[in-house]
Design a protein around this ligand. Structure first.
Ligand SMILES: [Zn+2]
Length: 365
């Protein structure tokens, strides 16, 4: 795998991850773009104790363009896209419409830096980073159609980005993910994922750490090691078991189709994985995704979410894992997040987790 760094016309970084040597440096971006200087903000919700990003300029982002206007396809002699090269294997670049982006301290508007006296209206700049990861130059492909070799290259890109983004002093939590399908809210159909480097520990990460800490205080045990061992002993919800990874439907799954993939060895994040673990992960990931896609005779909208531990705090409390889940509950039918889930955060699952695991085991991998 060969990594090549370059800049787009507006100053954003682009990084090529090639499976074979690239002939010469990548071509320059020939577009005439204004300098990249967006100013996302975030506000503190004192009622729930969580930060909320505010990025109103994102309203103008590209929304479901026709295939011949895709900004993630390689550039051609007559059409310049976000990727100046005429072909690529995996490429990562800074999102043009980010929810979080770095702002130089001197540029930070005063109104973003101050807190009011009562601390009830706290706002600061959303100083993180958002990146786009293109999995293939083939517009009509999908993650599940990639080769295991290509998935391995994507894993290397995630490892590289997690390492680099975690080292930024502003960044607290790095989230690599893929949204797939219009039903999930995907605005570009070209196969791609995203990386959010948050300037705070994300609420779900915090909730998970709180559970793990409470479990350790109560039992002196490691919550993730014990959950994995219990699932393996039971076997009821195991979907696929490799030498280094286990995929299972969680006991209290909240989505109709949901599988978690855990490394058997404790690892805090993607960079901590060994070569052998990365290689096995590439086929286990494909196997699980293909099973999930073949359960219903329908396209599968899904979210693939890498849960990593925070960049600095509590790194020994939790374990890296992948959560794959879908809002598809039956062919042609979606589970909407309505009152109970959206307003109260209380999930009700339409498919029993034990039944879902049986469906996945019987499906084609
Ligand atoms: Zn495309």
């Amino acid at each position: 795998m060969r990594k090549t760094l370059a800049r787009l016309a507006d100053g954003r970084e682009i990084i090529y991850f090639d499976e074979s040597d690239r002939a010469g440096p990548p071509p320059a971006d020939q577009r005439d773009l204004p300098p990249f200087q967006l100013r996302p903000a975030m506000r503190y919700d004192v009622v729930l104790g969580e930060w909320v990003g505010v990025a109103d300029f994102r309203q103008d982002r590209t929304f479901l363009p026709p295939d011949d206007q895709c900004p993630l396809c390689p550039s051609t002699a007559t059409r310049f896209t976000e990727i100046p090269a005429s072909s690529y294997d995996v490429v990562v670049f800074e999102n043009r419409f980010p929810s979080f982006a770095m702002v130089a301290a001197a540029d930070e508007p005063v109104s973003l830096a101050i807190h009011d006296e009562s601390r009830l209206f706290a706002q600061r700049s959303g100083a993180g980073r958002c990146e786009v990861v293109c999995f293939t130059a083939d517009h009509d492909s999908s993650f599940s159609a990639l080769s295991a070799e290509r998935v391995r290259t994507v894993i290397e890109a995630w490892v590289d980005r997690t390492t680099a983004l975690s080292a930024l002093p502003e960044v607290e939590d790095v989230f690599c993910f893929e949204n797939r399908g219009r039903e999930i809210g995907v605005t570009l159909s070209h196969p791609h994922g995203q990386i959010y480097a948050y300037p705070f520990v994300a609420p779900r990460t915090q909730q998970m750490l709180d559970s793990a800490r409470a479990y350790r205080e109560r039992t002196a045990g490691d919550l993730f090691a014990d959950v994995l061992a219990a699932e393996e002993r039971s076997g009821e919800r195991i979907v696929v078991r490799g030498d280094m990874w286990t995929a299972f439907v969680p006991f209290a799954a909240r989505w109709p189709l949901e599988v978690h993939i855990y490394p058997r060895r404790s690892a805090p994040d993607l960079p901590a994985l060994s070569d052998a673990e990365r290689t096995e992960l590439s086929w286990i990931y494909l196997d699980v995704l293909r099973r999930m896609e073949s359960v219903f005779d329908d396209t599968l909208p899904y979210i693939a979410a890498w849960q990593q531990v925070p960049a600095r705090a509590d790194r020994d409390l939790a374990r890296l894992h992948l959560r794959l889940f879908s809002i598809r509950r039956a062919p042609g039918k979606l589970k909407y997040l309505a009152g109970s889930e959206s307003a109260m955060g209380a999930f009700v699952n339409d498919i029993g987790p034990d039944t879902a695991a049986r469906m996945f085991r019987e499906a084609r991998g």
